[in-house]
Write a protein that binds this ligand. Structure first.
Ligand code: GLU
Length: 314
């Protein structure tokens, strides 16, 4: 389908972290991202999310691109690399700092673990320990040589949005998420900040990713509003699980891409099986992403998955 005159072109994205090979779950999310963009005549951007310099490996950067290519998951722009983007992240952080919204946090992992109870089963909420330190207290912590992370102070405010798969979702920032990191204590920019700055700079209008990131989305929307950036549409797809409540991981070798290619013989075999198992297609017959486009519509997303949170791998 070709976008009509006056319509904003849809720009989706693949945003792999090059910390391992792809497995069925990553392929599934990328396939939906591709279908959501291409079914509306849109484009796909490839962004390599290598913020975590220790865990990101050049071998995986190459492998992930080869894997997408082999599977017919094409991209129109990129690859862009987060390691090239420090200046843009710094500018966004400085803007937040100028407005007095950011404070240094000296809590260690152990402090955080001890202080915060996981909230509503989602993620620990930062209790605000370092938010109101006095200048003396800060100086004391600095003197002890602790490296500060930086957190964004969030208001008690509800952020709501409609997800294309999960439906209406809302969080009270203060109660459900708490002040969140914008820079880590090792100096790396935090995921939430980088993703928001990159999505805007790369013109991304459509974010498709696993439902494990649903609870990050209100934080990202809050940042978009603070920084005056447009809000993309969101579709959080179910996680592919090895068994109930345990997502696929690198332990599940049988779901790793090389194993899948060996099991199904061809890239079409892999794509067709993933589409059939997840509910994207009525059967597991071999198919290319291009062939799946013939029957895919964004309007079907709210009802496509029997369980919007998890699908069992088989
Ligand atoms: N890089 C993340 C991952 O591979 C995805 C982040 C996102 O889609 O916002 O899980």
């Amino acid at each position: 389908m070709v976008p009509q005159a006056g319509e904003t072109p849809v720009v989706g994205r693949f945003a792999p972290s090059p910390t391992g090979r792809m497995h069925a779950g990553n392929v599934f999310a990328a396939l939906v991202a591709w279908l959501v963009a291409k079914s509306r005549g849109g484009q796909v951007v490839l962004r390599v999310e290598d913020l975590d310099r220790e865990r990101s490996k050049p071998a995986f950067v190459d492998a992930v691109q080869r894997d997408f290519e082999r599977l017919g998951l094409t991209w129109d722009r990129g690859p862009y690399f987060q390691h090239d983007r420090d200046e843009a992240y710094r500018a966004a952080l400085e803007e937040l700092e100028r407005r007095g919204l950011v404070y240094p946090c000296y809590c260690t992992r152990a402090d955080l673990h001890a202080a915060s109870a996981p909230h509503r089963g989602e993620k620990p909420v930062y209790p605000g320990t370092c938010r109101s330190l006095t200048a003396d207290e800060r100086a004391g912590r600095e003197a002890s040589g602790r490296h500060a992370a930086l957190r964004l102070a969030v208001p008690s405010e509800t952020v709501a949005f409609r997800d294309l798969v999960q439906g209406d979702y809302a969080q009270d920032l203060a109660r459900d998420c708490g002040d969140f990191l914008v820079r880590r204590s090792d100096g790396a920019f935090a995921y939430q900040l980088a993703v928001v700055v990159d999505d805007a700079a790369q013109g991304v209008t459509s974010v498709v990713r696993g439902v494990d990131l649903l609870c990050s989305t209100p934080q990202q929307i809050h940042l978009q509003r603070l920084l005056g950036l447009p809000q993309p549409e969101y579709a959080h797809v179910p996680l592919v699980v090895a068994e109930r409540d345990r997502r696929l991981s690198k332990r599940d070798r049988d779901a790793a891409l090389d194993e899948l290619l060996a099991r199904f013989g061809t890239p079409e075999g892999v794509i067709g099986h993933i589409a059939g198992v997840t509910g994207l297609a009525p059967t597991c017959d071999p198919a290319t992403p291009e062939q799946l486009l013939a029957t895919f519509t964004v309007d079907a997303l709210p009802t496509l998955f029997a369980d919007p949170v998890q699908v069992a791998w088989r």
